[in-house]
Design a protein around this ligand. Structure first.
Ligand code: ZN
Length: 407
């Protein structure tokens, strides 16, 4: 069933490139392409068999990029336990997440870690998200993906069995090579070590991995919960830091100078704060737990503030699945970036334009004639109110909204 020729008439447009809304915009979509984008007063001759969508009062937004996602995992307060669920269960979770992402206006999921499982087709053990990427590749209504494979971490940091554990530079390099053989798009290093004040590997060890990846035309990103790991990652030339919860002004200045992206995940702390009400887990409910989370949240907001002031490019992520958020929560992160001092349009740019730059794909996060219909419509103005992004009304790349029928 091919999608109908559709005209979205008289919407506003927030394209993430500036602070002002364009009003009175019409967009014609045909055969999976944007035919044109014109002022509503200048639509000109219209083709026959047109499905007209009166978009009055809504705002067109480019499909967003969740730059830190884990599509095979469900999130929630037991998010780490869920990583040990059977692969078939996790593949079902991924399909549900695919629905949630589209409903939330998220076009691209940059997957920064999934459990590994034996592939029933070829018998190889590799990251489950690679199988999801393959499943979704030829379905234009499913999220588009870039996959980092499985987390590479030092032993003693994450629960055994979830990650590829590597304790020295030679094994790190071998693990990186193996992930490329599995077909990953980029690499993810876990730069928190067993000791908080020490990075798990040396700058030279990490640099060797970065050079390997760059030779293959791929990027390297690094989980960075601590300042020690952030410093090693930046010095070694990783392309981006995930979370960056403990950056100082020095690290931020260096990131700006070297062009290192920050992928913010501040909404994690909003989610954890909500668990004080909704769970019985002491780390969220007890007074010490709540205070610790509030302190870390302040530190993380300050890191983003420093990075933003230094001119670091910030892309946004939810960390859904690998953290406690769910796959339809990217608006929460955009809101959190505004709290951290970004203008609403800059925060939207983080979810669109910066996502494109980070992924290195020209079509991402923009709407253009001849391009894919990768946009969605929200009720309200996200350039003055980021919460408008929660109010998704239509998704142009999935116009029938039949979320589960097309698997
Ligand atoms: Zn994560």
């Amino acid at each position: 069933m091919s999608p109908r020729r559709t005209l979205y008439r008289d919407a506003a447009l927030a394209d993430g490139t500036g602070p002002s809304l364009r009003k009175g915009v019409s967009v014609l979509v045909d055969d999976g392409r944007v035919v044109w984008l014109r002022p509503t007063s200048e639509e000109g001759d219209l083709p026959a068999d047109l499905h007209l969508v009166d978009a009055g009062g809504s705002t067109i937004v480019p499909g967003m990029v969740d730059a830190h996602s884990h599509v095979t995992l469900p999130g929630g307060s037991h998010w780490i336990d869920r990583g040990f669920d059977p692969p078939e269960e996790l593949l079902e979770v991924a399909e549900h997440n695919g629905d949630l992402l589209a409903q939330a206006g998220v076009r691209w999921a940059r997957d920064v870690g999934s459990p590994a499982a034996v592939d029933p087709v070829d018998g190889r053990k590799r990251a489950l998200a690679l199988r999801v990427r393959e499943r979704w590749r030829n379905n234009p209504t499913r999220p588009r993906m870039k996959v980092a494979g499985t987390w590479m971490a030092h032993s003693g940091v994450l629960p055994p069995g979830l990650t590829i554990e590597v304790d020295d530079g030679a094994r790190l390099l071998a693990a990186a090579n193996a992930q490329f053989d599995d077909g990953v798009d980029f690499l993810k290093l876990y730069l928190d070590g067993p000791k908080k004040e020490e990075a798990p590997w040396s700058t030279e060890d990490v640099r060797a991995v970065v050079e390997l990846a760059h030779r293959r035309g791929a990027k390297v990103t690094a989980h960075s919960g601590t300042l020690a790991g952030a410093r090693v990652g930046i010095d070694a030339g990783v392309d981006s830091l995930e979370h960056g919860f403990e950056l100082d002004s020095d690290a931020a200045a260096q990131m700006a100078r070297r062009g290192t992206f920050l992928v913010s995940t501040l909404a994690i702390f909003r989610s954890w704060a909500s668990f004080a009400q909704t769970t019985m887990l002491p780390r969220f409910v007890a007074k010490e737990g709540r205070e610790r989370i509030a302190r870390r949240r302040e530190g993380a907001i300050e890191s983003v503030r420093l990075a933003h002031h230094a001119g670091v490019r910030i892309a946004t992520g939810t960390d859904f699945g690998g953290g406690s958020l769910r796959a339809n929560h990217l608006a929460w992160e955009v809101e959190a970036l505004v709290e951290a001092g970004l203008q609403p349009w800059e925060a939207l740019a983080s979810a669109t334009v910066r996502g494109r730059e980070l992924l290195g794909e020209t079509d991402v996060g923009r709407i253009f004639e001849g391009g894919p219909p990768d946009f969605f419509l929200v009720h309200g103005d996200p350039l003055s109110d980021p919460t408008a992004l929660w109010r998704v009304w239509r998704v142009a790349w999935k116009p029938d909204m039949s979320w589960t029928m097309d698997r």
